[in-house]
Design a protein around this ligand. Structure first.
Ligand code: ADP
Ligand code: MG
Length: 234
């Protein structure tokens, strides 16, 4: 995966991203870490095309993220599962495929079943989100993101609302997806997962990328803000 960020700034009432310049090539699973409020979610919302930056450009795999077609090539999984509560897990997936991708019902059913099975939810597709565990619902939203066959899947703290067992199930499922060649950009506070899963790490502090590199940087942080962060999460 190729990431190119040029002169990126974003302001809500105050500036939350501050002139970020960053390029990366050839990494498949990129973790973004940092304390709450450092701008991680804002950055991946911009990278996924969900929100437009105040200033600057982002391209992923050579496409400008503000081109209309770009959003079709990415999947996004939020902190909370974000499934439609009145639709079954399967219908949550087929709806997207039929309405936004123009698949027939039969095709959509097939894709939904395949991806639910991949996330170990083959027998849960007919249930409503409220009738499955939080981990299962979160895996269903990963299955939904996967169903559009995205080039990159963005995960924003996908396990922050889950207990440790459910967290393990979700992270394990994500690892299996990495092993079949899916690409991820993700935010998490689970440093052990970052160590196992990411092959590149971005540390953010106060709206800037302060340090980045291979997972080894976790063992030898250079900047004070990163040292401080690593002391707290260990
Ligand atoms: P992180 O994900 O690292 O916790 P965020 O990107 O969510 O950080 O937030 C960065 C800063 O931007 C925070 O100070 C937050 O309060 C602010 N912020 C985030 N989203 C909005 C918004 N929609 N409107 C106003 N301020 C926001
Ligand atoms: Mg966040």
């Amino acid at each position: 995966m190729k990431i190119d960020i040029k002169n990126l700034s974003h302001t809500y009432d105050v500036e939350v991203l501050s002139d970020i310049n960053f390029s990366l090539e050839d990494y498949t699973s990129v973790a973004i870490i940092g304390v709450s409020g450092s701008g991680k979610s804002t950055l991946i919302r911009m990278m996924s095309g969900l929100e437009k930056p105040t200033k600057g450009q982002i391209s992923i795999n050579g496409s400008d993220v503000n081109e209309p077609d770009y959003k079709k090539s990415v999947g996004f999984v939020f902190q909370n599962h974000n499934l439609f509560p009145h639709l079954t897990l399967k219908k949550n997936i087929t709806l997207v495929l039929e309405k936004t991708r123009g698949y027939s019902k039969e095709e959509a059913d097939k894709i939904a079943e395949k991806n639910l099975a991949l996330l170990h939810l083959g027998d849960q597709g007919d249930k409503l989100p409220k009738n499955v565990s939080g981990g299962q619902a979160q895996r269903a939203s990963i299955a939904r993101a996967l169903s559009i066959d995205p080039d990159v899947i963005f995960l924003d703290e996908p396990t922050s609302s889950l207990d440790p067992i459910l967290t393990h199930d979700v992270l394990h499922a994500v690892e299996e997806l990495r092993d079949i060649g899916k690409h991820f950009i993700f935010i998490t506070h689970q440093i052990s997962f970052v160590k196992d899963f990411a092959n590149y790490i971005i540390f953010m502090h106060e709206g800037k990328i302060v340090e980045h590199g291979k997972p080894e940087i976790l063992d030898n942080p250079q900047h004070d803000s990163f040292k401080h962060f690593m002391k707290k999460v260990r």
